[in-house]
Design a protein around this ligand. Structure first.
Ligand code: PBG
Length: 334
């Protein structure tokens, strides 16, 4: 009796043989840790909807960044919570803005740690939109249009001020048309032609950003982001978004969120040769944390499986609030 000839289990017999035939690996080099920075001193406030994620002031940031460096994580992504906001997001592009100050501090302490600056206005505008808005009243409700070309100029100023402060990578996330081209020219004219752009090319209008908006105090005060972020129903449109970013000079492409959009990660991987980033967003983090705190899932196993899935789908780099945990787990595995 020779049946079955093909036996898949032959290559699953031991940890050693499974290791030898493993197709995808996740390493600490793939990870980017997001950090929320704010004013004040001695601040280390946990974000209630994101257990284990904190707001740091510039002084407490030091210890956090030391841990990140000690764990071998190559990059951080900075988000700022300013002291005050206005209609055009001025605190995003002033020289002593919170992201600029945090960047200077981190680069002076750890010149080799890559600082990625999220270039957007929503954390800095009083209306919470990612650009300049034209507001009007309709049926007694405040409405508004987010102005595309007018917003580009503010984004360029933001990106240039971040590069001046020492940011290594500029990551525009606001989904205005032409943002990569505008920022590329702005950076080049300011003498930063060597600074890469990691474009949030395919960013969906997603409910998975809920906890982040609490963390960054950036929920839109009227309307939603559907006129600039993408419709989760669309895949072909994702290719067009990515293609225009490539033509405009993006150095890396991103898909965000990740978990519900693995097909989009795979599509971009197959169509483009640029490094591809997956953003494991706040809601994806909080769901896992909540289930883990209830004892319903094995947090470590779930996180590793999710991130491995993103890499298998085609991501080269993963932005995740779990980065420190993952770095620790990878270390203890060795
Ligand atoms: C800024 C920005 C957002 C996120 C990253 N950059 C919020 C948004 O678009 O509403 C979300 C990140 C997360 O949910 O973890 N535009």
């Amino acid at each position: 009796m020779t049946f079955p000839i093909v036996r898949h289990r032959r290559l699953r017999q031991s940890a050693a043989i499974r290791g030898m035939v493993r197709e995808t690996v996740l390493t600490v080099d793939d990870l980017i840790q997001p950090i929320f920075v704010t004013y004040g001193s001695g601040v280390r406030n946990e974000i209630s909807s994101m257990p284990g994620v904190f707001h740091f002031s510039l002084d407490t940031l030091e210890q956090e960044v030391k841990e990140i460096v000690d764990l071998g994580i190559p990059a951080v992504l900075l988000f700022g919570i300013p002291e005050s906001k206005d209609s055009v997001g001025t605190p995003a592009f002033i020289d002593n803005g919170i992201v600029q100050e945090a960047t200077r501090k981190i680069k002076s302490l750890y010149p080799d740690l890559l600082v990625v600056a999220d270039t957007c206005l929503c954390e800095f505008t009083d209306h919470g939109h990612c650009g300049m808005v034209h507001t009007f009243e309709r049926d007694g409700h405040v409405c508004g249009d987010v102005l595309n070309d007018e917003s580009l100029e503010l984004l360029v100023r933001t990106a240039v001020s971040q590069a001046k402060a020492g940011a290594d990578i500029i990551a525009p996330s606001n989904m205005m048309d032409g943002f990569v081209q505008a920022i590329r020219s702005g950076l080049d004219e300011a003498g930063f032609n060597y600074i890469p752009i990691m474009s949030y090319s395919v960013k969906y209008a997603s409910a998975f950003y809920g906890p982040f908006r609490e963390a960054a105090d950036s929920a839109p005060q009227f309307g939603d982001r559907k006129t600039y972020q993408m419709d989760p129903a669309n895949a072909r449109e994702a290719l067009r978004e990515a293609e225009s970013d490539v033509l405009e000079g993006a150095d890396m492409l991103m898909v965000k969120p990740a978990l519900a959009f693995m097909d989009i990660i795979r599509m971009l991987r197959d169509q483009f040769d640029l490094p591809l980033v997956a953003y494991n967003v706040s809601g994806e983090y909080s769901m896992v944390k909540a289930a883990a705190q209830n004892g319903w899932i094995n947090e470590r196993a779930i996180v590793m499986e999710m991130l491995l899935g993103m890499k298998r789908a085609g991501a080269d780099i993963i932005i995740t609030y779990f980065a420190k945990d993952v770095a620790r787990w990878l270390r203890s595995d060795r």
